[in-house]
Design a protein around this ligand. Sequence first.
Ligand code: SAM
Ligand code: SF4
Length: 353
Amino acid sequence: MERDPIKATIPLTFFEPREIPTYATDEPARDSFGRRIDYLRVSLTDRCNMRCVYCMPAVGMQFAPRPELLTNDELLLVIQAAAAAGFRKLRLTGGEPTLRQDIVELIAAMKAVPGIEHVAMTTNALRLRRLAGPLKEAGLDRVNVSIDSLDPVKFRQMTRGGNLDEVWAGIQAADEAGLHPIKLNAVIVRGMNDDEVVQLAALTTRHPWEFRFIEVMPLTGVAGLAEEGVISTAELIARIEAHFGALTPYGQDPADPARRYRIPGAPGKLGFISAVTDPFCATCNRMRLTADGRLHLCLLRDDEVDLRSAIRNGATVTEIEQIVRHAVQIKPWGHGLPEGVLPTVRGMSQLGG
Ligand code: SAM
Ligand code: SF4
């Protein structure tokens, strides 16, 4: 088969059809490239109490009707099956995960599933002031909070209505509740918040937080913004170093997509997540579960495996585990952005980042 230069970097097995193998239950979930896939990002809802410009289009958002979403019992069935297939870490996301009814009880039940070792959440923090304590008590290990600007007016514009004071109150509540280490995320969009990169990085000189700068990804509904707005990690680092001096590389975790640094002497860390300009597919350890019950195999591709139909047809945990393992087997190597292949089916608010 004639292979073009970009596809030639992908192992040949990527193009071969596969049988569904049978598994011993104690086998770890490895994909066909040998990557151990043990991290499931679980979208609890596609709804949100903000409308961030890089996440949702201004108009035309359609949300899944409630009967299409997995119920709590169905979600727990999937988590049990995923744990049996070797998944160890969960991250709850959305949409906004704290909008999910019974979120506290749901987290307690997920954390109690044998095999699940770590449960984290990515949230906009608008509801954390009240929820941080109960979530910690229920077994939540830590949170990532999205905060794109330190200027209340700009924050409101970028999130189309978000209240920065509430976010700070949520971060403080998370800190007091012990949801450590706290990580803060900002998506940097040229012409919107790129002038605040130095101030955002400076938070790590005052707090032991990790501040993560995320490149805009071209998901459905915001692809145009991504084209104009991507600021590479190299450019961000250059701006930060121009102010603070050379950054010190900080112990890299191979399972973490962020390249980590420290401002010399700072108690916190900086992280740079560059899915577009510096992809981390080779160390990918994750899959996503959409709120409507599909395993989404790669954030920036459309490939999915339906679990909800099997569940609603009465599949057992063991049968769902087999489907999860099959999904891991057919996980694509990586995204197709270099070939111009963009995801077309779901937006970020349906996938959870
Ligand atoms: N609502 C929660 C929040 O905002 O933290 C969780 C869901 S949100 C989709 C998860 C993460 O995706 C957030 O950190 C958000 O900043 C990021 N995100 C959303 N759209 C993005 C895009 N187009 N490119 C890169 N990151 C994006
Ligand atoms: Fe909502 Fe999070 Fe998307 Fe912002 S990034 S619109 S808070 S889901």
